[in-house]
Design a protein around this ligand. Structure first.
Ligand SMILES: Nc1ncnc2c1ncn2[C@@H]1O[C@H](COP(=O)(O)OP(=O)(O)OP(=O)(O)O)[C@@H](O)[C@H]1O
Ligand SMILES: [Mg+2]
Length: 252
């Protein structure tokens, strides 16, 4: 592995659902501390690609490499074991559980003796979750609040904070700010900027071109499952990007 080894690289990845080619030979790479924006119209294949990276769907063909090593994921936990965390718009958190329980979801802390006499160590989980959220500047009133009591921005922040805490090297965000207000969108965007600055490789999927422009240094435009254009963010205007998504413009 060298400084120029991508954290994540996809080579000619394809996903067919019966006759539908949802993803059709997509290649791109993300370096540490870099954000790649993945854009495209409805049905272009973005979420399918995200689900392949997060181990939810096996690809039909093509390959993926993490830190230069070829990987194949049979489940989302395989992807997490390779330090990839995915944050979905709706599926990020469990509504009925409190903030701390969500923070430790699937990695709960126990106290007691052996497997039979153990119980959840809520006190430790709450104080660690509070500490970590404060450290990255997120204020949540109570760790015992259930997620259903929180705003959309607070939920996204917790989901992102959790992935930072568990040491992800690659963060995949599918519409992280859809359905958020202006203020909450800005707060989540700032949090993502800090994650990128800390050296994590980030892939962000969004229809919000301002968000893509703010976060990414490169943009991959998908159309009907294929890479239509590859853009350098500082060389294009928002109108150019929209034109690549919907119009005739194309870049190699
Ligand atoms: N589980 C599935 N079974 C069959 N077809 C699917 C499945 N998931 C997605 N598709 C199809 O694959 C194509 C790409 O869908 P995908 O959800 O990846 O699009 P998207 O780019 O995320 O769109 P949007 O911007 O609307 O979220 C669509 O034609 C969709 O109908
Ligand atoms: Mg989608």
């Amino acid at each position: 592995m060298t400084a120029t080894t991508p954290v994540l690289e996809l080579v000619e990845v394809t996903k067919h659902f019966g006759a539908i080619k949802a993803v059709d030979g997509v290649s791109f790479a993300v370096m540490p501390g870099e954000c790649v924006g993945l854009v495209g119209d409805n049905g272009a294949g973005k979420s399918t690609l995200v689900k392949i990276i997060s181990g939810y769907h096996p690809q039909t063909s093509g390959s993926m490499q993490i830190q230069g090593q070829r990987v194949s994921f049979a489940s989302p936990s395989d992807s997490r074991q390779h330090k990839i965390e995915t944050v979905y718009q709706d599926l990020a958190l469990v509504e009925q559980l409190d903030v701390a329980a969500n923070f430790f979801l699937g990695r709960e802390k126990y106290t007691g003796w052996g497997r039979l006499l153990r119980y959840l160590d809520r006190k430790v989980m709450r104080s660690q979750a509070r500490e970590e959220l404060q450290r990255i500047g997120i204020s949540i009133p109570r760790m015992s609040a259930t997620v259903s009591e929180l705003s959309g921005g607070q939920r996204q922040s917790i989901a992102i904070a959790r992935s930072i805490f568990w040491g992800s090297e690659c963060l995949i965000l599918d519409e992280p700010t859809a359905a958020l207000g202006v203020k909450e969108t800005n707060a989540v965007a700032e949090l993502i900027e800090r994650v990128i600055a800390s050296g994590v490789a980030v892939v962000v999927v969004a229809h919000d071109i301002d968000l893509i422009t703010k976060l990414s240094s490169r943009i991959v435009v998908l159309r009907q499952g294929r890479v239509w254009s590859r853009l350098k963010t500082d060389e294009v205007s928002a109108a150019d990007i929209v034109h690549h998504i919907t119009g005739m413009a194309r870049a190699a």
